[in-house]
Write a protein that binds this ligand. Structure first.
Ligand SMILES: Nc1ncnc2c1ncn2[C@@H]1O[C@H](COP(=O)(O)OP(=O)(O)O)[C@@H](O)[C@H]1O
Ligand SMILES: [Mg+2]
Length: 368
């Protein structure tokens, strides 16, 4: 076996050349073709790989990325970009902001992180494999589960919207209990991050729901990590910093209840809407990334506003408009019916038929 020859220029990929085939520059292209098809020999390809990795140092840490020194690495880590994966799915603007890099450098950093991870296109077959690990969480109401093709999905954002008192927070708390159930009971055997923006999370209610399901309520409470978000910036930061905790605590569900309340309260008046939407967009993308990267459920609640311009039908619409609507994978509209009865309506789903399901909010929690 012949050792790989010295490389002629730095741009060229190192190629194997054998003793009996010394090649001239003019024949190079043809040779490359032939050789690439000849590389069936395992030994040869191993050697080829070794040469490649000597040429381009393998990128495994964020410090290995071109243009990332210790200071930049620290800034990135502090902002939650602590691995190649999170950088590779970031936008240049995000990296510019957190690491104080120029736009071009940021783009290069992201590109290198993507290359190191073999990112970019994936085949539909690979996508199918990724979709196979999607988990489904029971809502506690069979009809609602059916409406959602078996339950609330991981790797996606589910948004529920509706008027005050329609059961959004009740459903959020119920999911925080249910996600801890074993798989055969419709759970995902994991913990919860609960971002509470309105101060309506009640541990007492969790205990009620857990006991009804025969669970150890103390254990259930310990697996729900609650953060009270005091304003929209704090809320965004809580989501941006969530990755580490998600891995550490085997989190399978992140709740944001309510997604839009702070944004709505803070951005009032003319000229602030574009700003609000931009921030909301960034927040939604942070959440979408979390759901994809960690195979978890993102469950967000949203309020409605009245639309005086709608003359017929339901004059209410969710806050956040297209930004929230397009980033959420599933949108469910909740409304009150008689007494404890509630109606869930699936809106604009990418792959499920729109429909309605009935459930109840009782002392036990969410029920049929
Ligand atoms: N312990 C309980 N027993 C029965 N029903 C309850 C209980 N707690 C809350 N509810 C029901 O849930 C409603 C509040 O729903 P909630 O999810 O807080 O509304 P929102 O959609 O505004 O978040 C109450 O009006 C009541 O109907
Ligand atoms: Mg609520």
């Amino acid at each position: 076996m012949v050792k790989t020859k010295a490389i002629k220029t730095t741009e060229e990929e190192p190629k194997m050349e054998t003793e009996e085939e010394p090649k001239m520059e003019t024949e190079k292209e043809e040779t490359e073709l032939k050789e690439s098809t000849k590389l069936e020999n395992a030994e040869e390809s191993i050697e080829q790989e070794e040469t490649d990795s000597k040429l381009k140092p393998k990128i495994t840490e964020i410090e290995d990325l071109p243009g990332v020194g210790p200071t930049t690495a620290t800034k990135l880590r502090e902002a939650g970009y602590d691995n190649l994966e999170s950088i590779s799915v970031a936008s240049p603007a995000e990296i510019v902001e957190v690491a104080a890099l120029g736009e071009a450098t940021a783009a290069k950093v992201i590109e290198a992180a993507r290359e190191a991870q073999d990112m970019g296109y994936e085949t539909a077959a690979d996508l199918m494999i990724r979709r196979r690990i999607i988990g489904r969480l029971t809502t506690g109401a069979a009809e609602v589960n059916e409406l959602l093709n078996g339950g609330i999905e991981t790797q996606s954002i589910t948004e529920v919207y509706g008027k005050y008192g329609c059961g959004k927070s009740q459903l959020a708390m119920q999911l925080a209990v249910n996600v801890q159930l074993p798989y055969d009971k419709g759970g995902l055997e994991g913990g919860v991050l609960f971002i509470d923006t309105e101060g309506t999370f009640r541990p007492e209610r969790i205990i009620q729901m857990a006991e009804h399901l025969g669970m150890n309520s103390e254990q259930v409470l310990k697996s729900i990590h609650v953060a009270r978000a005091y304003n929209s910036d704090h809320q965004m930061l809580l989501a941006e910093k969530a990755a580490e905790l998600i891995k550490e605590k085997n989190i399978r569900l992140v709740v944001v209840d309510s997604l839009t309340a702070h944004f709505r309260a803070e951005y009032v008046g003319r000229g602030t809407l574009a700003n609000r939407q931009q921030k909301l967009n960034r927040h939604m993308h942070t959440l979408a990334k979390l759901s994809d990267l960690h195979n978890i459920i993102i469950f967000v609640t949203n309020q409605v506003m009245s639309r005086p311009d709608i003359m017929f039908g339901d004059p209410t619409a969710p806050i956040g408009g297209h930004i929230v609507g397009h980033t959420a994978t599933y949108r469910i509209y909740l409304r009150k019916s008689k007494g404890e009865k509630r109606i869930a309506k699936l809106v604009d789903s990418p792959c499920l038929p729109d429909g309605e399901a009935l459930f109840s909010v009782t002392e036990n929690g969410i029920e049929e």
